[in-house]
Design a protein around this ligand. Structure first.
Ligand code: NDP
Length: 253
């Protein structure tokens, strides 16, 4: 029996990109899934596909906007009883919008990125941690970014949000040091997902051009190894904690 078999895994932002791919990877490993995001119809489709391919695992969809603290607080109580004991949380929900210089970036972009990437991640973690502490087991996996370790022009707010994720992961590591609860931060480089288009205000042509310009048009999410890396970190023995992993496409530079 694999280490992830039968574990209950909650993935936020499971309706697309890295979160969706991650759900499929955990399903292959035999984990039960709680898939959360705002777009419920996408989650429904994903649940159907996973259930068809892996009939022995439990898959539960949960419509959730991580920015809505009251709803996040009800997360555990809204789960079926056999999925309430969450073993692994992948805090993946996140976005980038309205990239611009600090003096121009709109308050809508500031609020959306900080509310989702930072406050949403904190709310979900606060909702799950009591269960993990009570059971004295669990693994929190936060999806940060290389933007959490570097900065670039026009990316100030997004980078600030991902630096905050890094700070939260490191603080959790210290605060949970006397418990068996593990904390891992995964920092992906560029992954071609819908995120890449949102980043360019929904302009796919601009996005494609940018990726071509960087000579990374050769790869896309199909070849991305981030979800596999998340599952790798989750599947280490209980006494091993991988604190962080940075994963780049080889030609990102
Ligand atoms: P996608 O845009 O493909 O997916 C983002 C996911 O986040 C969607 O499932 C979306 O679901 C969910 N989401 C967004 N806002 C909310 C919200 N308020 N509440 C709940 N779910 C939400 O992006 P990626 O898969 O590329 O990104 C996933 C993570 O990886 C993010 O944290 C991102 O910052 C990080 N990352 C991505 C990189 C990349 O190059 N793609 C690089 C480095 C890090 P829905 O809209 O249905 O709610």
């Amino acid at each position: 029996m694999g280490r992830l078999e039968g574990k209950n895994v909650l993935i936020t932002g499971a309706s697309a990109g890295i979160g969706e791919a991650c759900a499929k990877e955990f399903a292959k490993a035999g984990s039960n899934l709680i898939l959360a995001a705002r777009r419920i119809e996408r989650l429904e489709k994903l649940c159907e596909e996973i259930s068809k391919n892996h009939p022995s695992i439990k898959v539960f969809k949960h419509q959730l906007d991580v920015r809505e603290k009251a709803k996040v607080d009800q997360l555990i109580s809204s789960l079926p009883s056999d999925l309430k004991n969450i073993d692994i949380i992948v805090n993946n929900a996140g976005l980038v919008i309205g990239l611009d210089k600090i003096d121009n970036v709109t308050s809508e972009a500031i609020d959306t990125m900080i509310d989702t990437n930072v406050k949403g991640l904190l709310y979900v973690t606060q909702a799950i941690l009591p269960v993990m502490k009570e059971r004295q087991k669990g693994h929190i996996i936060n999806v940060g970014s290389v933007s959490g370790t570097q900065v670039y022009v026009n990316g100030g707010v997004y980078c600030a949000s991902k630096h905050a994720v890094d700070a939260i992961s490191r603080t959790l590591l210290l605060e949970l040091v006397d418990t068996p609860i593990r904390v891992t931060q995964i920092n992906p480089g560029m992954v071609k997902t819908e995120f890449s288009i949102v980043r360019f205000g929904g302009d796919k042509t601009k996005a494609d051009k940018f990726y071509e310009g960087l000579d990374i048009g050769k790869y896309n999410s199909k070849f991305d190894k981030t979800p596999e890396t998340i599952v790798f970190a989750a599947s280490r023995p209980d006494h091993v904690n991988i604190a962080d992993i940075v994963i780049y496409p080889v030609n990102q530079g």
